[in-house]
Design a protein around this ligand. Structure first.
Ligand code: LLP
Length: 387
């Protein structure tokens, strides 16, 4: 998607500077050909799976429509995401409603739309969903989100399947929740769901997840529940550091196939970051270069308002200049907001830059634009799709 020609950064065959000419900075830039490549690779690895793209990662309508055209469904967690999925052309039966605090309005909308699956996050949620379903007189396919109590290696904010987490049903309540669903007139227990964390780059975490999922599948079947769909969530890590450490869908396919050998289950997947992270960048413009305390601070016009991940998770994103030059030195790229945490990246190798120059923050396609905010009364960043 990115390449230098004659010292100038090009994106999908066009100079970045030309693309940026009509855009206010900061802005997001997405590549459709890069999205197609990743979507096709994922589909080839999992030809039969129910792939529900996690809308929280990116909900640009052009990208959503493209993913729907690739046959992907949607993992949604709010009314807004539910409507985005329908607007993108996702058939209701490919939509999965997730969330630990689904309101009655959200449940009612999903039930009326007849989404494919509603994942229950708590045994306490069973009567609420059952009541809305009976008011609507519609039978509802549900799955149980199980919290297996696994510690996975990622930032603590991105760990959601560990003991003590507020997500999912703890192991000692799963069978009770399953019985409650079985006893509810309009609910049908069809699935189980495990999602234990995000940005996991170690295949071993997925080995453990797959074993847990298979164990729960057999346990629930043995208790008489006709589980058909096993949803193994998302969490596939990408290569933020540029070190070649990215989860390979082909490896995951082998792991899940081994865990469910001989069973006729339908696998559901909810990848977000892996599909869209590497296909987007954030373009920012240099406002001022300050030399102080023995450091060089390159202040740009978009920071934690446009891309919150570095401030919130100490996430590392590589930054490239629009134009190469010499000498390359290490600088801190800081945002414009009045917070010490508003640092996009430290020790970034950059050539000399000056006011007006463009920089691109890599791997910003997931949880970038969707987490942007209006802190310090700055406008939300727009996006440009190329391809
Ligand atoms: N399924 C469920 C139930 C989830 O909670 C999530 C993400 C996903 C799927 C998609 O996970 P992915 O494949 O994208 O890792 N804002 C954070 C990430 C939070 C992820 C929350 N749940 C970040 O910027 O890294």
């Amino acid at each position: 998607m990115l390449a230098y020609h004659d010292h100038e950064l090009w994106v999908e065959g066009q100079p970045l500077r030309a693309l940026a000419a009509g855009m206010p900075t900061p802005f997001y830039l997405y590549s459709l050909p890069a999205l197609d490549q990743r979507a096709q690779r994922l589909r080839a690895a999992f030809p039969d799976a129910w792939v529900a793209f996690a809308y929280k990662a990116n909900r640009h309508p052009v990208l959503l429509r493209r993913l729907a055209e690739h046959g992907f469904g949607a993992d949604v967690v709010s009314l807004g995401e539910l409507h985005a999925a329908r607007a993108a052309g996702v058939p209701p039966e490919k939509i999965i409603l997730n969330g630990n605090a689904k309101t009655r309005d959200e449940l009612r909308a999903a039930i009326r739309m007849q989404v494919g699956l509603i994942q229950l996050d708590a045994r306490e949620e069973v009567p609420r969903v059952a009541q809305v379903a009976s008011e609507e007189e519609r039978s509802v396919a549900v799955g149980l989100r199980i919290n297996p109590g696994l510690d996975v290696d990622t930032h603590p904010h991105l760990q959601v399947g560990a003991a003590g987490s507020h997500f999912g049903i703890p192991p000692d309540q799963v069978l009770e929740a399953a019985r409650a669903v079985a006893d509810a007139a309009f609910l049908e227990l069809r699935g189980l769901h495990l999602h234990v964390g995000s940005q996991l780059t170690d295949e071993a975490a997925f080995e453990v997840l797959a074993r847990e999922a298979a164990t729960w599948y057999r346990r629930l079947r043995a208790a008489g529940h006709a589980i058909e769909v096993v949803n193994v969530g998302g969490g596939w890590g990408i290569d933020y550091a540029g070190e070649g450490r990215e989860i390979a869908p082909e490896a995951l396919a082998r792991i899940f196939a081994r865990a469910f050998a001989g069973e006729s289950v339908r696998l559901a997947l909810e990848p977000g970051r892996w599909l869209v992270g590497p296909i987007g960048v954030l373009v920012v413009r240099v406002v001022q270069v300050k030399r102080a305390w023995g450091r060089v601070f390159v202040a740009v016009d978009g920071g934690m308002n446009a891309l919150l991940r570095p401030a919130l998770y100490a996430a590392r994103h590589r930054i490239l200049p629009a134009r190469l030059g010499e000498p390359v030195t290490r600088v801190d790229v800081v945002g414009p907001n009045c917070e010490s945490a508003d640092v996009l990246a430290r020790d970034v190798p950059l050539p000399p830059v000056a006011e007006g120059d463009l920089l691109v923050v890599l791997d910003a396609g997931a949880y970038g634009q969707t987490m942007a905010n209006t802190y310090n009364a700055r406008p939300l960043p727009p996006a440009l799709v190329v391809g």
